[in-house]
Each structure stands twice: as C-alpha cells, then as structure tokens.
Design a protein around this ligand. Sequence first.
Ligand code: TNX
Length: 492
Amino acid sequence: MDNIIPRPVLVKPASGTFTLTAASNIYVEPATPELTAIGQYLADKLKPATGYALKVLPATGTPTAGAANGNIYLTVVEGDLSLGEERYDLTITPDLVKLVAYRPVGLFRGIQTIRQLLPPAIDRASVQAGPWQMAAGTIRDRPRFAWRGMMLDVARHFFSVADVKRMIDLIAYYKMNIFHLHLTDDQGWRIMINSWPKLATYGGSTAVGGGSGGYYTQADYADIVAYAQSRYITIVPEIDLPGHTHAALASYPELNCNGTAPALYTGTEVGFSSLCINKDITCKFLDDVIKELAAITPGPYIHIGGDEAHSTPLDDYQKFIEQVQPIVQKHGKQIVGWEEIAQSRLIPKSIAQHWKGDRAGEAIKQGSKVIISTASKAYLDMKYDASTRLGQDWAGLVDLPTAYEWDPATEVSGAADSDVLGIEAPLWTETLETSRDIDYMTFPRLPGYAEIGWSTQAGRNWDEYCVRLGAQGPRLTALGINFYRSPQIPWQ
Ligand code: TNX
C-alpha cells in the first residue's frame, strides 16, 4: 500500500490480504452502461496476466466484509462533490474489494490504484503464476489539481494512432486526465481539414529530417478521442498559430503575404514563419479550420498555440490573438494558448500555458487561469544528463529530482493557488522518431509529474518518492516500457 504513484491522500493499512481468483466477480452498481464499461475495463486489464475472464455483473448492495466471497464492488453513490468528481474511497478486506465514488470518473481513477496494489506481474501481457494478492486497508483519495496532462508533439515527427493510444493508456495508469496533441507546426500538419485538404496531404507529407510524415484522418482523430474518453481523459487539440505555420504556408500560396508558397521545411529552427495577419483569406482559413476541429472535439478546449511568433510584428500578433479568440468561442470552445498570448487582450476563460518567461503573470492579471509547464522542470524532451542521446538541453538538464522537487503553485509570481489549473508535461519530438524514443524520455519522469498534479505538496518529498518510483520499475518493465534506468533511483 505504500508504493502507489501518485501518492494517495490517506492510506490506512489493515491486517490480512485479499486474493483475486478465477471465481472473483466484478459487481457494479448502478449497472448503467457506463459503469458496466468501467467494470469491463478492469476485467480486461486483469485478464492477460491472470488468465481469468472475470464477469461484470449488476450488484444490489455491497455485502459486508466476511460475506463478500472474494468479489470486487464498484459503486457510485450520491455525495458531496465539493471535493471534486475524481474522488474515490477504496476498502480492502480479506474477502472484499470495495471502491466507492461520487462519479464514474472517480471509479476509473480508483481502479488504477487497485491495479497498482496487485503484484507488478499483473501488468504483463501473458499469463503469470500469481497468487494475485492485495494488502488489506483503506484508501481515501482525490486530486490536488484539475488539470494533469501530457503533451505529445506529433508535428515534428508523426506518430501512429496506436502509438498515441498506448501513451493515453499509460498516462491513465497514473491518473492523468489531459492529453494535449500538438497537431501542427512548421514541419507538418497532422489533421485532415476537409475544406483545406492539402494542409494534411501536402503539409503533412514530411517531418524533421525529411521522413515521410503522415496525418490523422478525421476518423483517426475521432478514434483517438473516443479511446481517451473511455479512460476519462480529455484531448486538447492544438493548431499552432500564427507562427509555427510553415507547413500550412507551403500548402496554400494564398495564405502567404506575397502569394507564393515556400518549399516544405524539415529543419528544427523556430520562429521564422507567420500567417499573413491582414489578408481576408487568413480569417476564412482560421474559421474553417477551427470549425472543423471543434466539430470533432467533444472536450471543451482548443489550443491555439501562440508561442514564438518571432516573425509576426507585435501589433499584428495582438490583433491576431484578439481575432482568433471570438472564433474559437463562436464554435463553442475555450481557448488555451502558450503564455505569449497574454501580450494581447484575453477574453474571460482563456487559459495561458506557462513554459518560459513571465507572461503567465500578465495573463493572471487579466483574469485567466494558468497551466504550468515550466521548461526547465516539466519538459519531457530535455535530456536527463549530458550523456542522454535523445532530446535537447536549451532549458537545462532535467534529472529525476529536478523533475520532481517543485510546486506548480509557486512557479508564476503573484499567482494564487486558485489561479493554477494544474500541470502539463510537454514532449517535443524534434529528436524523437519512434515509440521507444517517446518511452525513454517520458519514463520514468511522467509518474512524478502525475504525482505533482495529484498529490498534496505537504505529502511529497524526494527521499520517500524515489523509493516508491524504484518499486514501479518492475511494473514499467511488465508494461514493456523502454524507460531510462536513472542511477538516481533505487530500482527494484
Ligand atoms: C520551444 S515550448 C517550443 C517548441 C520546441 C521546443 C523544444 C514552446 C511553446 N515552443 O516549438 O519544440 O521549444 O524544446
């Protein structure tokens, strides 16, 4: 019970152990399609290693401990939502696992705790010996922050739907709830926009280093969104504007101020491209792109980028951000942008993402909330140490303690706790080409970011955390993750 990541709010061990057997059932109450699906998700996660085909059945009341016959009960009850929708209470006795939440999402988060209470071999893809025991006790848990995310850059290098789903599943294990997809950049446009098809077919045809690139059809994107939804994760799609737009400019000559399309770009410079702010066609382009993206995005957010627009004059930039916000709003979505957007007037509910500099403070003064992604602490593409083969080091080296020992609430000066929505760890992929590369930079730092977002600040310290992370080693191995075996961690 002491090895869970993220660290729960309250853990009270008791004596005895629960043993999962082939005869265990998973009972859900009320037996709605949603709760049945959550029960089935748990059954599916337990099946490969145990070989058990656990049944998901409707329950009528939870039996008292002693009469529960080794079953698992997942229940949603009415209750005080002031502690958040993701709250759950877990009780384990020698013959009962009882998980109670106020919303289905709370059950889903609690199931990740159940998985981590079983032996690490539970995460293997083939049948293992068992026994499948869990220590008895109670856990009471809820997240500190509402936004606990990872970002994947699929523009610098493209990653398949299967690669993306795999990451969604892995962040779900650590109770994260946001997956930000950086869909467009100078080197590639990765989402089909039916009214501007060459963005994807031509603008998406290459990548950093000159590879063949790729893009998601709208059906692919819908598939990713549905997969994330079933794991209670919101997809935040980003169209990076008005800089980082070379792939769009290369696809349509009319988007350029001089009417001429440049060649595709496969390098790694930033800050050289800009939409032509004062052309009418730019407005139509924005409206078309955002309309189509909003229509296939059930989540409340669209990320408009806004970073490093070094080739857009400041007054044009301000005008542009002020133009694009009502368009996003008109299509029913809330704006997220990198902190540079605070140079413009922000409409209420726009969210600024802090990565470098002090613009997030200006956003807060305008009434916005902020997401914390400080590059020198939370960038998954920074090298661990000088010998790391992949990644970059412009924001510094981010070893395991650097990634873990900080508080999102104190990153932006003048921010109150209530100004901070949460944390996000971005993975930029200039140097990353394969799913194994993604794994290596993401793990083992990601469980720490998940914990920073979920667990109380007072309950966290490095000396204690690194032991728990060490205990996750066999799980990461069982999950087939190509993780960096940092010498700073006492791996089990
Ligand atoms: C800065 S972070 C960028 C990205 C790069 C990244 C590389 C941000 C908002 N912009 O365009 O990929 O550095 O670490």
